[in-house]
Design a protein around this ligand. Structure first.
Ligand SMILES: [Zn+2]
Length: 142
């Protein structure tokens, strides 16, 4: 693991009590999914009670330097509950973090029809992915 481990106390101090409590709930309910790390960058998907999923991207340079991007509406503040949930996952379930290359190798090995099925399945489960895919397709000129 190439990123520094951030402890629960540190996460709480950085995120604030409200974000921390909510993030802890997401983490404890197993809402953090598909955690992938590549060097100091971590990507994950976090669900909420309304079955919405947010894509969280975190760069951990040091405990003092953590950058979070999240697709949720609360992104105005630099730390959101989804970021907290992912940091908690990193802290407690580090062994479950997947290397980012694992899925890349698999994608290269898939047939075009398998890729289409995979993308369709993901888009169905994650509405925000669906709109991203539509946007990209539109940009390609279709
Ligand atoms: Zn968020």
């Amino acid at each position: 693991m190439e990123f520094p481990v951030v402890s629960e106390t540190q996460i709480q101090a950085i995120a604030g009590a409200v974000n921390f409590e909510q993030g802890l709930e997401y983490f404890e309910q197993g809402m953090v999914e598909a955690v992938q790390a590549h060097g100091a960058s971590v990507q994950a998907s976090v669900g909420d009670r309304n079955n919405r999923h947010y894509l969280v991207s975190i760069q951990i340079h040091s405990v003092q330097q953590i950058a979070i991007q999240c697709t949720c509406p609360a992104q105005a503040s630099e730390f959101c509950a989804h970021g907290v949930a992912v940091l908690l996952f990193l802290s407690y379930c580090a062994e479950q973090v997947l290397p980012a290359t694992a899925s890349k190798v698999t994608l290269d090995e898939l047939e075009p029809s398998q890729l289409r099925t995979l993308l369709r399945d993901v888009a169905e489960q994650h509405p925000e992915v669906s709109s991203l895919v539509d946007e990209r397709i539109e940009r390609l000129g279709f």
